[in-house]
Design a protein around this ligand. Structure first.
Ligand SMILES: [Fe+2]
Length: 127
C-alpha cells in the first residue's frame, strides 16, 4: 500500500530512495545501511518547511511553507510528494523555482517536502 511508503537516504553519497514495499531485508548503499528519513526532525524552522495545503475542487494547493522556503543553489526544496492509499505523486524542484505545486486530491493523504539542508518534513491527513 502506498501509505507505507518510506524515504531513505545514504549518509555517505546522498542517494535517496522511496521504499514502495518493505519485505524486511536492510537496504544498503555505499556498504552501509541506508537511513530512514524521519519527518519534521530537522534543525530548520518548521514554518519554512512544513507543507501548507489548501484543498479546493479536488485539488491540493501546496506551499512550502507558511513562510516561503528559500530556493538558493545550496539550500532549496528538492521535491514535494503526496502519498495516499493507492497513489503517490512527486514533483522535483530546481533552485530559483517557487516551492509550490498543485496535486490531485487524495483523501487521507500525507504531503512531504524534502529540503537538501534540513531533511524531510510532512503534513499528515490533509483535507
Ligand atoms: Fe531548509
Amino acid at each position: 500500500m502506498e501509505k507505507n511508503t518510506r524515504f531513505y537516504i545514504c549518509t555517505i553519497c546522498g542517494n535517496q530512495i522511496g521504499m514502495i514495499r518493505n519485505m524486511g531485508p536492510k537496504v544498503v548503499c555505499c556498504g552501509k545501511e541506508m537511513e530512514l528519513m524521519d519527518a519534521n526532525a530537522g534543525q530548520g524552522a518548521p514554518e519554512k518547511h512544513i507543507p501548507v495545503c489548501k484543498v479546493e475542487n479536488d485539488k491540493v494547493y501546496v506551499d512550502i511553507g507558511e513562510v516561503m522556503h528559500p530556493m538558493e543553489e545550496d539550500h532549496y526544496i528538492q521535491w514535494v510528494a503526496i502519498v495516499g492509499d493507492n497513489k503517490t505523486t512527486r514533483v522535483a524542484f530546481k533552485p530559483g523555482q517557487e516551492p509550490k505545486t498543485v496535486f490531485e486530491y487524495i483523501p487521507n493523504s500525507t504531503v512531504y517536502a524534502y529540503c537538501n539542508k534540513h531533511g524531510l518534513w510532512k503534513l499528515e491527513k490533509i483535507d
